[in-house]
Design a protein around this ligand. Structure first.
Ligand SMILES: Cc1cc2nc3c(=O)[nH]c(=O)nc-3n(C[C@H](O)[C@H](O)[C@H](O)COP(=O)(O)OP(=O)(O)OC[C@H]3O[C@@H](n4cnc5c(N)ncnc54)[C@H](O)[C@@H]3O)c2cc1C
Length: 501
């Protein structure tokens, strides 16, 4: 049945009910409580796509353990910029969540964040040297002062027994360990944020899919929405002064529908993921860490294997993976037509060039998809040599949609980070890409505010400092403030305090 158009102007419409929309809603409600905000989510639940607990790895990414955030420069020195930047961003995240816990907006911290040490594990002399140099370079930074390095199997065994059990004495291992790391249930966090937003007057519409957008003459946007009821589909329209597409893998599709010139030539490479999950309490008791290894040469960062303690709904489990693969959907609950329908005359060339330049990635995706369970299990045994197949079950994670951008030299390039795209007039914005993603949502959304509401910058700064006290300050340049901030947020969020060496 088709309903007549209903025009209802909102100040802000958030498309999608994941962690990005939730965080932006929280920030905007704090900054401008009188603004009217509506959320449209196509699924019957909030936080059910990439932000759902089992659809991601739950790592509070802070550069403590991810080897790919530290790259080797051509002259052989290490570039730690990305690790430091991600850690600085995660400190903003910790401060925002701490403020929301103190304000009673978020519930008990353990319902969404738990202390889980972050480790890096490598094998062989060359990688051990890389890890030692990485540690030396980072340990001078106040946010990395708690990281310890060891190449002694006994110490690694104390840190995480599963990593050492069943190893040959001749094996070369090296690891770093940082007790300040965390495991996060982004799905629970998302739902708690939306519960607060609803009590603060935000209207949340489930089973409502935004199908079309067009800009009105006054610069606002009109959205065409399909509301799916059990028996029917109702089409309605709403107007909004500002639109944020927190639509995960479908964000590009929305910007394409809006005809944004900023994304002309952009495409997406969908990458699916699977994890092995272990619930055996005896094994779970032997492992309390998120342990990242180095990705095989030529492999993309999202195939970097990790053996993770997860804490979801108060239950501990272990996760290993991800095993990347291909699948044309841009969302786990998306459509097989997502990839083909995203092709435009302008992005076919960049997509073809990207595929030509990334044959090793294409090969890795196909080979991981085709790998037998036995081969997949062999990858786990590199981390936990004593692992037994019967203790592990395979689960399907969320979809990643990696950005492919036009490039004047190479035709098209694949990007692994997250990118904020905003229209020139600041009336519509979106977040594309997946990593480091949810952990750095506040920093990403502060960029959205900065780019879309430049007139409000000065007026909002003091209000933002109420939520993120170090807003505008780099902690790396103020060791005392860094130590104080780490200690304060650790206490409020129930995380392990920093232990300077
Ligand atoms: C395998 C995997 C592992 C990951 N591991 C980590 C990790 O360890 N740490 C970390 O920080 N990040 C991790 N990430 C990234 C993180 O999950 C994402 O960055 C984050 O969840 C994205 O949040 P979002 O709100 O943008 O998207 P989503 O959570 O996907 O939410 C988007 C929502 O928009 C809705 N939607 C889409 N289109 C429409 C429409 N047209 N109308 C209405 N609703 C719509 C969808 O149904 C969905 O609910 C991982 C991701 C994956 C896939």
């Amino acid at each position: 049945m088709r309903m007549p158009a209903v025009l209802r102007p909102y100040d802000v419409v958030l498309i999608g009910g994941g962690i990005m929309s939730a965080t932006l809603g929280i920030l905007l409600k704090h900054l401008e409580p009188s603004w009217s905000i509506a959320v449209y989510e196509r699924l019957p639940e909030l936080g059910a796509e990439a932000s759902a607990a089992w659809n991601n790895a739950g790592t509070g990414h802070s550069g403590l353990c991810e080897p790919n955030y530290t790259t080797e420069k051509p002259d052989g020195t290490l570039d730690i910029t990305k690790a430091v930047t991600v850690n600085e961003q995660f400190q903003q995240t910790r401060q925002l969540w701490a403020s929301l816990v103190e304000a009673g907006i978020l519930g008990k911290p353990a319902s969404f964040i738990n202390p889980v040490p972050h480790m890096t594990l490598v094998q062989g002399i060359e990688d051990a040297q890389f890890l030692r140099r990485r540690h030396e370079k980072l340990s001078g930074h106040p946010l990395f002062a708690s990281t310890r390095f060891s190449s002694a199997v006994k110490t690694i065994e104390q840190w995480a027994p599963l990593l050492a059990q069943g190893r040959l004495p001749s094996e070369w291992l090296a690891a770093t360990h940082d007790a300040t790391g965390s495991d996060v249930d982004f799905g629970a966090l998302t739902r708690q944020m939306f519960t607060h937003l609803e009590t603060a007057g935000v209207t949340v519409h489930l089973r409502n899919e935004v199908r079309g957008l067009r800009q009105n003459n006054d610069g606002s946007w009109q959205l065409r929405i399909h509301h799916h009821t059990d028996r029917d589909r109702i089409t309605h329209r709403v107007d909004a002064r500002f639109v944020f597409a927190g639509a995960g893998g479908w964000a590009l599709k929305i910007l394409q529908k809006a005809g944004l010139p900023e994304v002309q030539g952009y495409g997406l490479l969908p990458i699916s993921g699977r994890f092995l999950r272990c619930d055996n309490p005896e094994l779970v008791d032997l492992h309390e860490a998120k342990v990242y290894g180095k990705a095989p040469a030529g492999a993309p960062p999202m195939s970097m294997p990790h053996l993770d303690t997860r804490i979801v709904d108060g239950r501990r489990t272990i996760l290993f993976g991800p095993y990347a693969g291909t699948n044309p959907r841009f969302l786990k609950h998306g459509s097989v037509l997502d990839a083909p329908s995203s092709l435009r005359p302008q992005n076919v060339g960049p997509m073809a060039s990207m595929l030509k330049d990334n044959t090793s990635l294409a090969w890795l995706l196909v080979s991981q998809l085709a790998a037998t369970r036995r081969r997949k299990f062999a990858a786990l045994r590199e981390f936990a040599p004593s692992a037994q197949s019967g203790d592990w079950t395979m689960i399907t994670a969320g979809q990643r949609a990696q950005i492919v951008k036009p490039d004047p030299v190479r035709g098209g390039v694949l990007q692994f980070g997250t990118e904020v795209v905003a229209s020139q007039d600041g009336s519509i914005a979106a977040v594309l890409g997946a990593s480091p993603g949810a952990s750095t949502a506040p920093a990403i959304l502060l960029e959205v505010l900065d780019r879309c509401f430049p007139r409000y910058r000065q007026h909002w700064a003091p209000r933002l400092r109420e939520l993120i006290p170090t807003y505008g300050v780099t902690l790396g340049s103020d060791a005392r403030l860094a130590r104080y901030t780490l200690a304060r947020t650790a206490e409020i969020l129930g995380l392990n305090p920093a232990e300077p060496g």
